[in-house]
Unconditional design. Structure first.
Ligand SMILES: [Ca+2]
Ligand SMILES: [Ca+2]
Ligand SMILES: [Ca+2]
Length: 125
């Protein structure tokens, strides 16, 4: 379970990085903490919309593409209907956020984000 969540975060971060080569700070208001709203604004919304090529509100394996993307999205499909809905992606992101928020203050500090990134790097296949 933990690996799946970290993989989602890795995908979202990787997708964001691909779209924004200069990198983007998820801390939109610059207060040093990433709230759930800021986290959700960064992921999964942006990468979800990009992957949902036909705009029907769900990502199929074909839309996710071949390779690691297809395997990852199959695992996000929690109800096993062959498509990842935005709700499924958001639920996975929310769980990722909760797992990363070590002190449970509802926001990710710089330290918590660094920790999350380190976990993603270790968990990467
Ligand atoms: Ca679609
Ligand atoms: Ca599904
Ligand atoms: Ca926190």
């Amino acid at each position: 379970m933990k690996t799946m969540l970290l993989t989602l975060a890795a995908v979202a971060v990787a997708t964001s990085a691909a779209a924004q080569p200069s990198g983007r700070n998820p801390d939109a208001d610059g207060d040093g903490k990433v709230t759930m709203a800021e986290f959700q604004a960064m992921q999964p919304g942006r990468f979800f919309d990009r992957l949902d090529k036909n705009g029907d509100g769900q990502i199929t394996a074909a839309e996710a593409g071949d390779g690691p993307g297809a395997r990852i999205f199959t695992r996000f499909d929690t109800n096993k209907d062959g498509a990842v809905t935005k709700a499924e992606a958001e639920a996975a992101a929310a769980q990722t956020f909760a797992a990363a928020d070590l002190d449970r203050d509802g926001a990710l500090s710089e330290e918590e984000l660094v920790n999350l990134r380190q976990q993603m790097q270790r968990g990467r296949p």
